[in-house]
Write a protein that binds this ligand. Sequence first.
Ligand SMILES: Cc1cc2nc3c(=O)[nH]c(=O)nc-3n(C[C@H](O)[C@H](O)[C@H](O)COP(=O)(O)O)c2cc1C
Length: 218
Amino acid sequence: MNKLSEAEKNGVYKAIFNRRDIRTFLQTPIPDETLYKLLEAAHSGPSVGFMQPWNFIIIKDDETKKKLAAIVEKERRALAIHYEGTDRELTFLDLKIAGILEAPVTICVTCNPFSAGDHVLGRNSIPETDLMSTSCAIQNMWLAAYAEGLAMGWVSFYKKADVRTILGIPYHVDPVALLSVGYTENYPDRPLLEIHNWEKRQRLDGLVFEGEWGERSK
Ligand SMILES: Cc1cc2nc3c(=O)[nH]c(=O)nc-3n(C[C@H](O)[C@H](O)[C@H](O)COP(=O)(O)O)c2cc1C
């Protein structure tokens, strides 16, 4: 087992605690080597039965970004209807939920449930483990972005069919995330949804049970 130095350990926790979801980007390009490091971090993630169900589509082209931004905006407007007439309506309309047009790069992370064939160790018991594995890869990439001084924003407001059409993704492959990546001048120290009074972090001790569901530690 590798032992981290105190400084290395602090670095890991710093990345975990300070990483943020970002939606405002500078247009400064990202060097290809740096982008590749993010992908390597993702590809080093754990996966059920080591199936590595992910693919990464790198999007830099403005036309494609415009198409993606348009379907995200369509979904945002559809969701806005749910908040019409409620006390959250104005807050929702104020929220920025994507920075696709600004960010120099969007990465579409996909999950192919059949990437390792019909029988994958572990996946046959819980099929969603392929998606869970892909999420682990994304979190790795998010932390690597933080380490590289980059910002990342996870965009999930879209219909999968729309993303498949725009990016030519086969119907059996799941577009799990659109990740906006770029440099930013605006890296908040708290989640944006907390800053905008939408939601706040729950207390950890209220989420922890001991021994069985609902039991608090004495
Ligand atoms: C699966 C997933 C989907 C998300 N989708 C969106 C999204 O579509 N738009 C958005 O603005 N943020 C999205 N987020 C970011 C969350 O809003 C954010 O992680 C949360 O508010 C906590 O903030 P933090 O990541 O800065 O700690 C998503 C996060 C996850 C994990």
